[in-house]
Ligand binder design. Sequence first.
Ligand code: HEM
Length: 159
Amino acid sequence: MVDPMSTDRPGQAACQQLRDYVEKTLEDRRRAPPDDFLSDFLRNADAAGELSPLEIISQIVQLIVGGTDTTRVAIVMQLALLLQHREQWDAVCRDPSLIPGAVAEAMRFEPSVASFIRVTTEDIEVGGAVLPARRVRHPSNRPTTAASRLRGRCPSLHR
Ligand code: HEM
């Protein structure tokens, strides 16, 4: 496995701190496991015996990074989009039942993870189009129109 912390790059000290923090937290969980996610994860990982100690730490580091950067950006983008479209801000304030649609639409229109590269291993049909095998895909939901619609106009989510 590639050690994500081993490369020489800016922020390496911060990466090391995070890794040390996770390592110590996991050691604490091993000594006295409370009834929580980390204890469950450790129990199952140890029982399966498939992950090295470094891979176990790496899984939790990735969970922290994947779960915080994404949600932080999503919240900020939601606010920014609503403030750029004041009539939609007003509409959501007037009618809170619009909030779920607004959240889903903001995450679709300005996602915190803009794309996630995939390589097709075989021809795959998605929504009537065939993605040929062995091509790099950059999936994106971003519409071609400039209009931001926070009222839940995404057909796949709000039919
Ligand atoms: C707005 C919030 C979030 C966004 C936009 C987001 C986005 C993504 C994306 C695009 C992927 C890749 C999916 C794929 O393989 O096709 C992913 C995977 C993952 N995310 Fe998130 N995520 C968010 C929140 C979170 C949170 C809160 C956690 C955990 C606390 C989390 C943990 C994970 C994990 C563990 C994976 C890997 C799943 C796997 O490969 O089995 N994510 N996320």
